[in-house]
Design a protein around this ligand. Sequence first.
Ligand SMILES: NC(=O)c1ccc[n+]([C@@H]2O[C@H](COP(=O)([O-])OP(=O)(O)OC[C@H]3O[C@@H](n4cnc5c(N)ncnc54)[C@H](O)[C@@H]3O)[C@@H](O)[C@H]2O)c1
Length: 260
Amino acid sequence: MEPWLLAVFPTLSDQNHSMTPKLKTVCVVGLGYIGLPTASLLGTKGYQVVGVDVSPSVVDTINQGKIHIVEPDLDILVKSAVNSGNLKASLLPTEADIFIIAVPTPFKDDHVPDLSYVENATRAISPYVRPGNLVILESTSPVGTTEEIVAVLLRESGHDIENDVFVAHCPERVLPGRILIELVQNDRIVGGINAQSTEKAAAFYREFVSGEVLKTHAKTAELCKLTENSFRDVNIAFANELSFICDKEQIDVWELIPLG
Ligand SMILES: NC(=O)c1ccc[n+]([C@@H]2O[C@H](COP(=O)([O-])OP(=O)(O)OC[C@H]3O[C@@H](n4cnc5c(N)ncnc54)[C@H](O)[C@@H]3O)[C@@H](O)[C@H]2O)c1
């Protein structure tokens, strides 16, 4: 096992994960590049995790302790979490202390965001949400999604989201290829729909994140993630343009960059 993996996830050497005192229950909805690493990380940190996916083959694969996506060392983490009994995959949600929604948020035609996955996931967990629970949207989402879709749908199905059920956005900022290390070491932005939700969500992330947990409002957290993505896009586009100019002028771009 890689030494860095043991340093970040010391409980991997302990198949029962008995070093960790807590046994909070977490339901992670969407077991892709974000949801599965998150679910297995929590499983190895002493949480009881049920991972939910609409795909039967994804659920079967994970319950065998295997993975359906490509990410370094994720297979080790998933196997460990499943073998310890702390991670189970399911087609249906279950009651939990904390719900994490990590479903796709793609674009439709004309760059209109498709929020149907977030809506479906929220409707799916709603019957299992109880007073005192925390619902976190991790999917990259347009400004207002946490308040106007997640919170509104929960309220419509009878939950007292002003006092009893806490709702927050915590965008995921990991880079594929480094997901496991970044899940733990990155700073996290946590934005609740109200102050209590922010506090609850921040306390949760502080339990397994070694980076800073930065508190804000849900809308600010949503825009922060979109700003990061846009900044990266602009830089990639700029680098592409630069390489086109270099090709045309027969300049070595790799010589140019350190000179600039
Ligand atoms: N992949 C990344 O590097 C990355 C980084 C940061 C943020 N994000 C964001 O995280 C979110 C999730 O992205 P991803 O890359 O994990 O997606 P993904 O496509 O890898 O996985 C999504 C999973 O959700 C499942 N799913 C869809 N609808 C569902 C539902 N209603 N209930 C349960 N499961 C459902 C799918 O079957 C799939 O397995 C997106 O908003 C994405 O923009 C992704």
